[in-house]
Ligand binder design. Structure first.
Ligand code: ADP
Ligand code: ZN
Length: 730
């Protein structure tokens, strides 16, 4: 056992969020402190927040060691959280200070709790009763002892705030001061349970029992879109709440949280805590503190919600577990799916990985017996999986600059006649991916990156999808200065909108692309309107593949099923398979049967054939065999190393030296490939060089990588990033 309590003046080690690669020595403050306590310490001229990590090292003159300023009034960091941060740091080769930053992403943690006015039922009803006054009192009575802010109360009652103020004067409503960081309302596990189908019941029972047992375990919950996976895992959440533990549901896309929160409210009677980049700073602080005190039972959020200080975590659900956005691509490079499993294993908690199209990683873990597997086989209600077919583009007549084949046009027309919706899917934002000068052949690129600029006609600008840089559409070629020779090449969703509108002038056509909305809220509202029948033809990017419901949709047309197959990414086939199946799954969710048509120039490609045949197991088995053969994840280990610098010579020089001096890696049998220019060789003005390290599954890769990288001194301005299990290869 390590010592956990320190008396005043004892030497203690404090981990801070400052980028120093060691725990710093301080003296314990008056009153002493515990391991795990959040403290404020002096660092140079500043005061910073840290966590007491253990005994001090004592390699510094005791008299010069400074004292902790104060212990903060927040729940101390629990042992399992400290272990989680350490293990995650080791796995991702991340300094502990960066891990602590992830775990303390709420402003003003150390501040004393601020107060605000709240309102609750007071004494006698007023002598003069009005309709509006009656509404306010009814709300307060309906919600029992709950207190409201002025705004909440007025809004819920549907009156102006002056009505509430008037009631305060009469004494019928009491006004008092309460801490701003209020506990989240209690969720009722039995509030709105649905009658589950036999299939769903069986799944829910297994998950409920696992959660109630209070041990670690991971279950892959597989089922086509609409089979009721969400209903089933909400039962696991209910069991978790009943057991007095906290639950976390991770979603891949903020745009989906609104719809999901509504479902939670319908199921449990109250809203859960929300955690993602769209949450305000004060609300973040409230969530962080309440999660730590066990006064937020359910958190719905983005991947960083894994690093909240749960008091008693019992369940983590990773919805759409295959989604690539679970991999954080800058800062700390972690995969939230894997970290969820790590965190749960340290908390004796359960993990549910839900997906219609699981990642090969999870599929392999089921095969290896590490994860359990639950399957929901049919869609809820009368809905069935759509029928799928390929449209062989080699035998379709399509004019140049157009992409909708006659076969697809016919299918859309039939839907319009029946009053049903069609979705045209193209995973390319903007108007056209290439802007080409027909005089000299020049393609307009980004000045900062080796990437083409994409025309966004809606915004009237060219945009770089790497760095976000935009510029106005030029009228002359930047290279040869020819006038009016620039032309759009290739399709983007905006351009598809033009083509489809021309083909079906009487139909209501909408383009759904995240960059066309000012806010997540605006997008949600528009999607809801479309879902209720506000459009005949929807043109969309990947956004629509992620969980939105369109009950009137019966046709999905995929413009370019070959798009994803071209990359050098080892997961290209898997991604295409998943994406195409998900998009197809949008069709026929209600009673009307759906159809999915995929335009392709290679209908005989094994991936396309597997998608059409709907033969998942065969696809996974074939894909697994291929990866095993190649020794790549999930059957081997990989790390991607990217060196970047404004100085191209320096990155190549260091890359070459790293490849040459790779003894620490060779010692564990790992291979080093490169250096090579990264697929995107320049981003934001920084030249990028890539090395790839491949090792056997059992090799101690992280330690070897750390030893290897430690041999080199980096020139200032050169950045080295190591990505364990890279998901993207750019
Ligand atoms: P998935 O998560 O697998 O896509 P959902 O849980 O979202 O599926 O279910 C799809 C739709 O069917 C939702 O609107 C859901 O409320 C509804 N649904 C699923 N199962 C039931 C049930 N047993 N009773 C009532 N509605 C259900
Ligand atoms: Zn750029």
């Amino acid at each position: 056992m390590t010592q956990t309590h320190f008396d005043q003046g004892d030497l203690i080690g404090v981990l801070t969020t400052q980028p120093l690669d060691r725990v710093l020595d301080y003296k314990a403050p008056e009153g002493g402190c515990f391991v795990g306590a959040f403290v404020e310490v002096p660092l140079g001229p500043r005061k910073v927040v840290g966590v007491v990590w253990g005994k001090g090292r004592g390699d510094w003159d005791y008299n010069k060691v400074r004292s902790v300023i104060r212990v903060l009034d927040v729940a101390p960091m629990r042992d399992e959280m400290r272990q989680f941060l350490e293990r995650a740091a080791d796995y991702t080769l991340t300094p502990m200070s960066a891990m602590l930053r992830l775990a303390t992403r709420a402003p003003g943690l150390g501040d004393p709790p601020s107060m605000r006015k709240v309102y609750r039922l007071g004494g006698d009803p007023p002598a003069r009763m009005t309709d509006a006054r009656g509404k306010v009192l009814a709300v307060l009575r309906d919600y029992g002892g709950l207190s409201f802010t002025l705004k909440e109360l007025a809004e819920t009652a549907g009156v102006t705030s002056s009505v509430v103020k008037g009631l305060v004067k009469t004494g019928a409503v009491a006004e008092e001061d309460a801490p701003r960081d209020t506990p989240f309302p209690l969720l009722d596990p039995d509030y709105g349970s649905k009658d589950l189908t036999a299939d769903q019941q069986a799944g829910a029972k297994v998950l409920r029992e696992a959660v109630t047992a209070g041990t670690y375990g991971t279950t892959l919950l597989k089922g086509v879109t609409g089979s009721g996976k969400t209903e089933v895992y909400l039962e696991a959440v209910a069991a978790c709440l009943s057991a007095g533990r906290q639950a976390l549901v991770l979603l891949p896309e903020i745009a989906l949280t609104g719809e999901f929160i509504d479902r939670v409210e319908a199921r449990f009677g109250m809203k859960p805590a929300e955690w993602h980049s769209g949450v305000t700073a004060t609300e973040r602080r409230r969530v962080w503190r309440m999660v730590g005190q066990g006064q937020a039972q359910l958190v719905v959020g983005a991947r960083s919600a894994l690093f909240l200080p749960y008091r008693q975590l019992g369940l983590i659900v990773v919805d759409e577990e295959h989604d690539t956005s679970y991999k954080q691509e800058d800062g700390v490079l972690y995969n939230a799916r894997d970290m969820a499993v790590l965190r749960a294993s340290l908390n004796a908690a359960q993990v549910v990985l839900a997906s219609a199209t699981p990642s090969l990683e999870s599929w392999a873990n089921v095969e290896a017996g590490k994860y359990a597997r639950l399957e929901l086989t049919s869609r809820f209600g009368e809905a069935v999986m759509p029928s799928m077919a390929a449209i062989d583009m080699r035998s379709e007549e399509v004019k140049s600059g157009h992409w909708v084949s006659p076969t697809l046009q016919g299918a859309i027309r039939a839907r319009i006649e029946k009053g049903e919706q069609s979705l045209i899917f193209l995973n390319r934002r903007g108007y056209a991916p290439i802007t080409l000068c027909r005089a000299c052949g020049h393609q307009i690129g980004c000045d900062q990156c080796d990437a083409r600029m994409v025309e966004h006609r809606f915004l009237k600008r060219l945009m770089c999808h790497q760095c976000g840089e935009t510029k106005p559409m030029p009228t002359v070629c930047p290279s040869c200065e020819a006038e009016d020779k620039l032309s759009a090449v290739g399709p983007g969703v905006e351009r598809m909108g033009e083509e489809v509108t021309a083909l079906f002038p009487d139909a209501r056509v909408v383009v759904l692309s995240s960059d066309l909305y000012g806010s997540a809220r605006a997008m949600k509202a528009h999607i809801a309107e479309i879902a209720e029948g506000g459009a005949d033809i929807i043109i969309g990017t990947q956004l629509v593949a992620k969980g939105h419901n369109f009950p009137k949709l019966t046709l999905v047309g995929v413009i370019d099923a070959d798009l994803g197959l071209q990359g050098s990414d080892l997961r290209a086939a898997e991604r295409t398979f998943q994406l195409m199946r998900q998009v197809a799954g949008r069709a026929g969710r209600a009673a009307a049967p759906g159809e999915a048509l995929m335009q392709t120039y290679q209908p005989e490609h094994p991936v396309i054939r597997a998608i059409i045949a709907g033969d998942e197991e065969q696809f996974w088995a074939a894909e697994a065999a291929e990866r095993k053969q190649a020794g790549v994840p999930p059957y081997g280990r990989m790390a991607g190393i990217v060196l970047s610098s404004p100085n191209v010579q320096e990155v190549f020089d260091l890359g070459t030296e790293m490849a040459r001096r790779s003894e620490p890696l060779r010692r564990i049998g790992a291979q080093v490939f490169g250096p090579a220019p990264a697929p995107i060789a320049r981003i934001r003005g920084r030249h990028r060089v890539r090395l790839l390290v491949k090792a056997e599954k059992s090799a101690p890769l992280q330690r070897a990588l750390a030893d290897w990288a430690a041999q080199f001194k980096l020139p200032t301005n050169l950045r080295l990033s190591i990505d364990i299990d890279p998901q993207s290869f750019y």
